[in-house]
Structure formats: structure tokens, C-alpha cells
Design a binder for this molecule. Sequence first.
Ligand code: HSE
Length: 436
Amino acid sequence: MKPVKVGLLGLGTVGGGTVNLLQRNRDEISRRAGRDIEIVHAAARHLDRPRTCSTEGIRLTTDPFEVVDDPETEIIVELIGGEDLAKELTLRAIERGKHVVTANKALIASHGNEIFARAREQGVSITFEAAVAGGIPIIKAVREGLVGNRIDWLAGIINGTANFILSEMFYADREFGDVLAEAQRLGYAEADPTFDVEGVDAAHKLTILASIAFGIPLQYDKVHVEGISHVGQEDVAYAQELGFRIKHLGIASRTEDGIALRVHPTLLPSRQLLASVDGVMNAVMVSGDALGPTLYYGPGAGAEPTASAVVADLVDVVREFTLAPEDRVPYLAFQSHALSDDPVLPMDRVETAYYLRMQALDRPGVLAEVARLLGEQGISIEAIIQKQPEPGAEDVPVIILTHRVREWQMNEACERIEAQDAILGHVHRIRVETLD
Ligand code: HSE
């Protein structure tokens, strides 16, 4: 089948990430979508800027309308941000019968009702997973995974920059302006950083989440918005003394009188999971009547995390107009003819770190012998503890943490350790995973 041809508006951080991801994971994406996806035409404000991606094989222009009007492009990916031009381009793409994938939260929150109505008339899709919480598939989770629930509330850290600033104020005792400058340097912040700091960006995202959760039209102008600029270093410290963290939350909840939509700094008990979401990470808690509270966590900004959501939307759209209904969401995520025969590893070839506990006679040379037997199998020790013997006892517990090792090597080592006279009984083993 011929590749799907995509037009890209914007070759900045997320645009570059999208090009890179589509190129790097080309085969896997094609096995999932049922067709190759190719960016053929892209618009950038400046053509001579250094890029984070290769633009080989992509026609480049400074005129985004050229990309939208190109008869070859079937899907338009809008990543230029802002409202007016983005809206004009999106409506034009819809008029031309093209599907649109966008990461533009301001566009959807403020003009989504109109855009969706026009798209419905033209029979095209508008997808916007990347608009909320970057790479976290929160829209898919709420719109699809949780549909059996009546959603009662959701609360999220949905602006990475604000969270980064508050985290740095907490951990590094740094001043607000200083941290904001770093967030800008790192490329997390919006073009206008007051959007991050004053809660506008979070309010855009909350508007979208609330509509999906409660089935209400998008109503950005009804969100109560407060930013973090009045949160002082002393507030962060006092809150900590009281057992709280200050987080900038977007909260949407169902009340007897209506839906409450608010974005503001919030004291959260330190033990609450959301309180330990730090740095540029985002997390959204959604509570439904059947499932109770659920938590979705991940990178909420950045080139490839956001591109991950853009590509997911692209694949959804491609499946929609390419495949028979039964293949649109393949049972095993990949198209059935494209399943691979990658072998599943036997357990003895799996690699993990280990916690080992054994009882050893408390006499010279025993630990050295255990260390030697581990070393013989190429197992490196990360930490070792020998406990005091119980009164009158001759044996002591020895606890060892190892670096990562193949299962078969650990099996051999334990067999040899257990064969030592000075080791009593079995070596108790628990695998260690840091999930880094
Ligand atoms: N400025 C946004 C943030 C980028 O900091 O979360 C992702 O929408």
C-alpha cells in the first residue's frame, strides 16, 4: 500500500521530534498503522535555522498555506502554536478535506467547538493527544479507557514549567526568576512564559480534559486561573514544615451545582502521590465511580515525548481511513500480518540485580569466599551487610546487593555458595529492579 503523505506545519522542538520519531521507528510504526507514514512537505518560519532533525526528502517552505493546499498531503500536523494563524490553517485544511493532528492546546481550548463542528461537516478527524500532558496518553485514557465510569473529578500537574519551578524552589532553595530563566533555556516554557507561570497553559489543558471527562463543550473562559508567581520561597518552606508540598494543579470536579474548573497553587499532603511528581514531569489523577482514583504520569513537554503523542494520533488517523473496521485497533496493537517472530528470552538469560540473604558461620574467610564465588561468575557486589550474631549463635545473616547479572550466572553462583560448609541452608534471593 502507498505511504500516507503528511504535511507538517512547524519544524521547531516538537516538529523536529516528530520527524525524528517517524524516521527512527519507521518500521514499527508502519507495522502498527498498516502503512508507511511519510512527511513530504513542511513549513518552517526560517529555512536556514539549524535543525534537530534531517529534512532530507521533505519539501520545505516558509508558507504554511502551501503545505495545507498541497494536493499530495492527506494529513496536516499543526505544530506552530498560537491561535489566529493556527486556526486559519486548521479550518483551511478541514475545508480541503484533510485530517488534522495538532498539539495546540490554546487552539483547541479556545476554538475547538467551532473546529470540531466544521470537521464533522467535512467528515475529517481532528486529534489533539499532544495538547494535554505531552506524551502521557491521557486523552485516550479518559475518552476510551474510562468510558464505563462516571468521572467524579480529575486533578493534574499539567504544566511542566510551573512544576519545574516549584520543584527547584523546594529542593534547591532557589529564587523564582532564576529558575524560570533555566526553564526557558531548557526549552520547557511556552513562547510567552507568562502562560506557564500565570496558569494560562494549564487552564487550556484543563478545559480540554474537563470536556472529555464530563461531556461539556469547551469553556476556557469559565476556568478560574491563578499562577504561581505569588508563591514565595517561605511558603514552600512553611508548607513543608506542616507536612505539605505546594503544587500547581488543574482541578475539574463534579459538584451538585455544576462543574468546578480551577487552576491554582495548592497545598497537597506530602504523602499524596501527586506531591512527589517533580521537575518537568506531569501527572493527572482521574477518579471514576467504578475504578476509583487512577494516576497517569510521564513527561509533559519536550521534543520526543510530545512527538510520541503526535505520532500516536497520526497512526490512529491512518488506521481509520486505511483499514477494515476489524483492523483499526488491531487486537495485538500491530497489524496481524506484521507480527514479528522475535524470540521470548528463557529466564536464565534475563538480567537483573539481586538482593541475597544467607546465614554464614562467623569465622575468618567466609565472606571472602562468598565474594570470590560471586566474582567467578562475573557478579559484582554493590553493597554487603553482615549482622551481629544472636547471643550464643555461631552464624550470622549476610545480606548482599549485586549489580545486574544474567540469571544463569546467579544460579551457578548460588549453587556453589550453598555447597560451602560455612553457609547454612539456602541463599534467599529477591530480584532488584530500579526501573530507571
Ligand atoms: N509549556 C508547557 C509546559 C509545554 O511547560 O508544560 C507543554 O505543553
